[in-house]
Design a binder for this molecule. Structure first.
Ligand code: GLV
Ligand code: MG
Length: 338
């Protein structure tokens, strides 16, 4: 049985004093399943053994006439299984939907002791988190729960992106934020028709060579999500919570998926959503630092002694700032090995 202390570890990233506490359990992949789908629900206990987080999805991708079945299905699955160290999350319906109030009341009352995190979609500003926070406090008190449920926001409206800093800091319950590229694209009126990933039309072109405007020009595809992911990472780091890449919808494109996940990892994200079993191993591989990077990080930490000053290692200058980066990598490796 997990204890509350498993959920909290001091913020590690170079801050002299922890800004606040963050969940310590790994969450490299948040694996989505539809509890109203009997086939998926039957597989959930097996899938749970392979993932860091199992998420029962009640929102988009669940048909309107299956919302109640999804809610009840999740309650049944949670009651019937002990997922051990795998976290159980849910994504409830959006705050302007007719279903969310029943989602929260039912889930907190029935399985509040089994759930770890409630993912809230389409968060527009701090007011949405305040609303969920107060409601959860009432429902937890009524259910006699001792461990507070944590809240995860999806960044998927233009207004959410504009308010991301206040969202990240809106409540001590805030566990993290995920990029929601599909809804965000619609909210921004982007001209894409995909769920995450890049677009072959989003390019930069090198300058022409000489007078001929067609000569020697090469194009490079750009990352549609760079700005949003970077903004989200900064907001999360500032408030000591965790950033995630969201969904990558083209399940067959394992290469594109791995690239998007890796960019997010390098920019500071700790995980991504997996929508299909094929994406579980991709996320596990990408969001775990490589043995080479960990070995290098440990070498720099060892050679830097008290962490101040500068040393040359294999011709590369290392100092206080590089040792801090190395600690991030080494601490992540330690946390994943624990
Ligand atoms: C996820 O919910 C998304 O809209 O991308
Ligand atoms: Mg969405």
């Amino acid at each position: 049985m997990r204890s509350p202390k498993d959920f909290f570890a001091p913020l590690a990233v170079g801050a002299p004093e922890p800004v606040r506490q963050i969940p310590a359990l790994p969450s490299r992949m948040i694996h989505f399943f539809d509890p109203s789908n009997e086939k998926m629900a039957a597989k959930a206990p097996e899938i749970a053994k392979k993932v860091d987080v199992l998420l029962g999805n009640l929102e988009d991708a669940v048909k309107a006439d299956r919302k109640e079945a999804a809610r009840t299905g999740l309650v049944e699955i949670a009651k019937a299984n002990d997922f051990g160290s795998t976290q159980l999350w849910t994504r409830v319906n959006s705050l302007d939907s007719p279903w969310v109030l029943d989602d929260l009341i039912t889930l907190v009352t029935e399985i509040g002791d089994k759930l770890d995190v409630i993912m809230v979609p389409k968060v527009e500003g701090a007011q949405d988190i305040h609303y969920v926070d107060r409601l959860l406090a009432q429902l937890e008190a009524r259910a006699g729960l001792e461990r507070p449920l944590l809240v995860h926001a999806i960044l998927e409206t233009a207004s959410g992106v504009a308010n991301v800093e206040e969202i990240a800091g809106a409540s001590p319950r805030m566990q993290g934020i995920s990029l929601g590229p599909a809804d965000l694209a619609a909210s921004r009126r982007m001209k894409t028709t995909r769920v995450g990933g890049g677009h072959p039309g989003y390019l930069v072109r090198t300058d022409p060579v000489g007078e001929d405007l067609t000569a020697g020009r090469t194009t490079y595809q750009q990352d549609l999500w760079h700005y949003t992911v970077a903004r989200m990472v900064d907001a999360c780091a500032m408030h000591g919570i965790l950033p995630y890449y969201g969904p990558f919808g083209d399940i067959r494109d394992v290469v594109g998926c791995e690239d998007q996940f890796r960019n997010a990892f390098l920019l500071g994200c700790v995980g991504a959503w997996s929508l299909h079993p094929a994406q579980i191993d991709i996320a596990k591989r990408v969001f775990s630092p490589s043995p080479e990077d960990v070995a290098w990080a440990r070498r720099v930490i060892a050679e830097m002694g008290d962490g101040t000053g500068a040393v040359m290692i294999d011709g590369k200058m290392q100092d206080d700032a590089s040792v801090k980066q190395c600690r991030v990598v080494a601490e992540l490796a330690d946390a994943l090995a624990a």
